[in-house]
Unconditional design. Structure first.
Length: 384
């Protein structure tokens, strides 16, 4: 029933064939199996590499981005020569070089409610390597509705989490968190930073869980959340319970189709949001530079963290990190023009909301942040 292995494949997978829990039958099972990896970034890179190396016969890759230099610190499936190239193309080349005996299908498009069912249909197991809320909820609901396991991973600075959400045997993600957090509550990876090795650790755990599931061996992370801290080198487990009232996997589900959370999630599915939706609250780097050149009095507020000032600065800007901005409102003059900025515009958009709700009206967001300033006005500044 499972495909035979060729002589070359027997040699290639000999270290698997030597393990009694895998053996020849297990390797044939892996060859017959399929997995969809959503995202070819920090988590998706090690997941895809190890599944390919292990001989998973059919791998799907979904991403819509191109390789950037700032990806290479952690997205190890891509190389320097691939900067500027489509990520799924770059990843496919690497995987096919690693293992020409497998089939790799690529989907160069965002994973959304309109294409998710079609893309996921041929695959037995779904691995979420995107670490953002819209995809996390979309993947969860898709897996519940189609009865597939969802291998989850998340990373933040030095801490990572992993689990397997499989509604047939345990809780789903919505059993724990019924709805995404409100806008602006969660920093995106681009703003928060992450130790490059961390997604390697978590992604490797995701790949391990996928292989165990495909082989039907061991005890999975179903019903358990792994919490890993790289600084303490600690692994802890939290027991997860199925919620009988869960909106998607409970006895009386309300959610019976896929939902997109692009508009109201803290972390957008598309990484490059650079300012508030209403253009009136934005100012471009060039426009700001012209105003400053004309001698207009503008209070520039840099809401980044103090350690980011060592990378780049705009002259005469005052540093008030986003986290303490609310406590400093009393020191700001609401009659004066204020321009807020951060690295790329996400945190300063949140800062703008804080000032707007405190009654400030002459406040704007530097669209694209100090990186836009570095691109358009002061080319001596580095991008990061
Ligand atoms: Zn549930």
């Amino acid at each position: 029933m499972f495909p035979e292995l060729s002589r070359e494949e027997i040699l290639r997978y000999s270290r698997h064939l030597l393990i009694p829990e895998v053996g020849l039958d297990g390797q044939r099972k892996i060859k017959a199996s399929s997995a969809l990896v959503i995202g070819t970034g920090g988590l998706g890179s090690p997941v895809a590499l190890y599944l390919a190396a292990a001989g998973v016969g059919h791998i799907g890759l979904v991403d819509y981005d191109v390789v950037e230099e700032s990806n290479l610190q952690r997205q190890i499936v891509h190389g320097t020569g691939m900067v500027g190239k489509v990520k799924v193309e770059s990843a496919r080349l690497r995987l096919q070089d690693l293992n020409p005996f497998i089939q790799v299908d690529i989907f160069n498009e965002p994973f959304t409610s309109t294409n998710a069912m079609r893309i996921a249909e041929p695959f037995e197991i779904i691995i979420d390597g995107t670490d953002n809320f819209p995809t996390r909820y979309l993947t969860n609901d898709l897996c519940v509705l189609t009865g597939k396991p969802n291998v989850f991973g998340a990373v933040y600075r030095f801490e990572g989490q992993a689990s397997v959400f499989y509604a047939r045997e345990g809780p789903c993600y919505r059993c724990l968190f019924p709805e995404p957090p409100p806008p602006g509550m969660v920093p995106s990876c681009a703003d928060a930073g992450v130790l490059g090795i961390l997604p390697g650790t978590i992604g490797t755990i995701q790949a391990t869980e996928a292989i165990k599931f495909l082989l039907g061996i061991g005890t999975s992370l179903v019903g358990r959340l792994l919490i890993y801290n790289a600084l303490d080198m600690s692994f802890e487990y939290v027991k997860l319970k199925k919620n009988p009232e869960c909106k998607v996997c409970g006895a009386h589900p309300e959610i019976t189709g896929l939902v997109d959370y692009f508009e109201f999630c803290g972390v957008p599915g598309f990484d490059h949001v650079e300012g508030p939706a209403n253009a009136d609250w934005n100012i471009s780097a060039r426009e700001l530079a012209n105003k400053l050149k004309r001698g207009e009095k503008i209070h520039l507020i840099d809401v980044r963290e103090p350690h980011e000032l060592a990378i780049s600065q705009i002259t005469n800007a005052e540093n008030i990190p986003l986290g303490v901005l609310a406590a400093h409102l009393g020191e700001l003059d609401s009659t004066q023009d204020i321009v807020l900025f951060c690295k790329s515009g996400t945190r300063s958009t949140h800062a703008l909301e804080i000032l707007k709700s405190a009654g400030f009206r002459k406040v704007r967001n530097l669209r694209g942040g100090i990186n836009a300033w570095a691109r358009e006005v002061d080319r001596s500044l580095p991008l990061y």
